[in-house]
Structure formats: C-alpha cells, structure tokens
Ligand binder design. Structure first.
Ligand SMILES: [Zn+2]
Length: 252
C-alpha cells in the first residue's frame, strides 16, 4: 500500500528541522542517482567489451572464409593443371599413333580423337586462366580484411585496458558515495526511515521525486492541494499514486 494514507512523515508538533530533512532527502536522492549512474557505467564496460569482441570475431571469421576460398581456388587450379598435363600426354600419344596409322580409317579416327582432345585442352587452358585470375582476386581481398582484424584486435585491447583502468576509480567512487549515503541516511527521522527503506528497496534511485508544479515528478499525477501545500512548507510526503518520497526542489 504505497504511501499509506499519504500523510506527512514530518508531523507538526515538536520542533523539527524540516528544512534540514528536505536537504537531506534531496542529497540522498542525488547520491542514489550517482550510485545508479556509477553502477550503470560499471556494467557498461563488460557490455562494450563483449560487443567489441564480437566485431573482432566477425572480422576474423571473414578473413578465415576468404583464406579458405583462396585455398580452394588454388586446389582447383592445381587439379586442372594435372588434367592439362595428362591431356598433353594423351595428345602426344595420339600423334605418335597417328604417324604409325596403318589404315585410312584408323588415321581418321585418331585424327578426330586428337582434334577433340585439343579442343578439350584449350577449354582447360581457359579454365586454368580463369582460376588463376580468381586466386589473384581473392588474394587481393585478403590484406584489407587482415587490416580490419588487426584494427578490431587493437580496439578490443584498448577498450579492455580502458575499462580495467576506469573500473578502479568507479569502484572507489561507489564506495565513497555509498559511505556518504549511509551516513546521510542516519540523519533521517525514524518515522521517515521505514517508508524510505521500503520505497528504496522497490524503486532504487527512483524512490524519490521532486514536486513538479502541482504534480509528482515521478508519476506525473496531480497532487491534492494540501499535499502541495505541505511540500512547499518543506515537508517530505509520499505520493499516493506511486509511493515515491516527494520533496520540493526548494533552494540548493
Ligand atoms: Zn507519484
């Protein structure tokens, strides 16, 4: 039941340092936001490293893909070279037989065979040329991707170093603000402390909100006039709709 009856946490009666309490809740709110921001920055480090690492891996994978294509194209070229060698042997063999041909029929058949082999050889030679061109093209694509991998690797290293370097000061800052927050919380009046703990537990840094005109700065709901009046006199009141601890921005 957020906010309870929505009444003030600083009742009238015994002299209470109202302004001090608003100042306290304001600086406590600021410290919660600082902590949230610091923790967000701490969490952003590993996320950035993860993203950078993925970029590096993607580039490395592209490089590997191109290198494999180069290898395949070379292999295909080598196989065609072997086919060409055996084709040349076959043609020479046929020409020897042609010279020794005993009949016109045999001569004619061998002649046709040699002509067919020569045509096939010419096709093979064209194919070998194409394969060599393809190997050259693929090889030309390697250096830029290698450069990409190197750049991604350097970016990742730099980022890791930067994140590790920043981590120490962020942790120190968290420890400092946490200690400040703890001592500031000790200054809160006991009746406010329970609501404060409850709402901070559920909303974190969003547990407090500033009065915006006549509305809650957290949920934007319009507040009853008496609540606004209480807030402007320097009280801390919890919002009836969202439960946030409200305070007037006041001075400072
Ligand atoms: Zn609200």
């Amino acid at each position: 039941m957020p906010g309870g009856s929505g009444d003030s946490f600083l009742p009238l009666g015994p002299p209470m340092p109202l302004a001090v309490s608003v100042d306290a809740i304001r600086s406590i709110h600021r410290m919660h936001r600082q902590l949230e921001d610091l923790r967000g920055r701490i969490a952003a480090g590993p996320r950035a490293i993860d993203a950078s690492s993925k970029e590096h891996d993607a580039a490395a994978l592209r490089l590997q893909g191109i290198q494999e294509e180069v290898k395949k194209a070379r292999l295909a070229g080598d196989q065609k070279q072997l086919q060409l060698r055996s084709m040349e042997v076959r043609i020479r063999d046929g020409e020897t037989k042609l010279n020794a041909a005993k009949t016109n029929r045999e001569y004619q058949l061998l002649g046709e065979q040699i002509a067919a082999d020569k045509a096939a050889k010419s096709v093979l030679e064209d194919e070998i040329l194409e394969t060599l061109e393809r190997v050259d093209q693929l090889k030309a694509a390697v250096p830029p991707v290698e450069a990409e991998v190197r750049a991604a690797s350097k970016a990742l290293d730099d980022l890791r170093q930067r994140v590790a370097g920043e981590r120490g000061s962020l942790d120190a800052e968290v420890a400092r603000v946490s200690a400040d927050l703890q001592s500031a919380e000790k200054e809160l009046p006991t009746d406010l402390l329970d609501s404060y703990r409850r709402v901070v537990k559920s909303k974190g840094a969003d547990a407090m909100a500033v009065l915006e005109g006549v509305s809650c700065g957290g949920c934007c709901q319009q507040l009853p006039p008496n609540t606004v009046a209480e807030l402007t006199t320097g009280r801390v009141v919890s919002c009836r709709s969202c439960g946030r601890l409200l305070y007037a921005s006041g001075t400072g």
